[in-house]
Ligand binder design. Structure first.
Ligand code: 2AM
Length: 171
């Protein structure tokens, strides 16, 4: 049995409100992502079988990331993916390095090969085709408190993300 996996930083519940407000202001831009699904993808792995999943968890058993913050100051439309996302120009170095290492590890072990480098973002809408109708009024901060290895499962009510393993960030 295989799982569709990705490494991500969840947006803490206490920081979801500004994102929900933005979705309301941008209503009609596409299919709004549920607040409980807000996250920053570090590395998408694709479909991973049980043996590869075990090896992956073994390789990353000592994954560490210091607590850090991301500032998002733009709304960006990626027309091909039909994604409207919150994006930022600056990324803490340890987060950038971790995402790169996770992406390289996936490619080296026959999992998904990312075609682009890490671009920190939180997807707000899927199925989006039009440029955002408003500039971001003010930057939005997201704290990186933990890294999660997530299972993505389709359900009749939409996609569901379940953490398979969590690594709390350290001080
Ligand atoms: P997103 O971060 O832009 O929303 C689970 O599907 C997560 O992995 C989603 O958050 C999604 O992107 C990301 N993802 C899905 N398919 C992908 C792909 N082919 N390449 C890179 N990331 C992907």
């Amino acid at each position: 049995m295989a799982n569709r996996l990705f490494f991500a930083i969840p947006v803490p519940r206490s920081q979801q409100l500004p994102l929900l407000k933005l979705q309301t202001q941008l209503e009609g831009a596409g299919r709004a992502v549920l607040a409980s699904n807000f996250h920053i993808t570090l590395a998408f792995l694709g479909s991973v079988n049980a043996s590869a999943q075990q090896q992956l968890l073994h390789r990353w058993q000592d994954l560490t990331l210091p607590r850090c913050q991301l500032q998002f100051d733009q709304l960006t439309l990626w027309p091909q993916a039909q994604v409207l996302a919150l994006t930022g120009r600056h990324c803490p170095t340890p987060l950038y390095q971790l995402a790169g290492a996770l992406q390289r590890d996936a490619a080296q072990h026959g999992l998904h090969q990312s075609s682009r480098g890490f671009r920190p973002h939180v997807t707000l809408f899927r199925g989006a085709t039009a440029e955002p109708a408003l500039p971001l009024p003010q930057p939005i901060q997201v704290d990186c408190r933990e890294v999660q290895l997530m299972i993505s499962e389709p359900t009749p009510a939409g996609v569901s993300y379940q953490p398979l393993k969590r690594w709390p960030c350290h001080d």
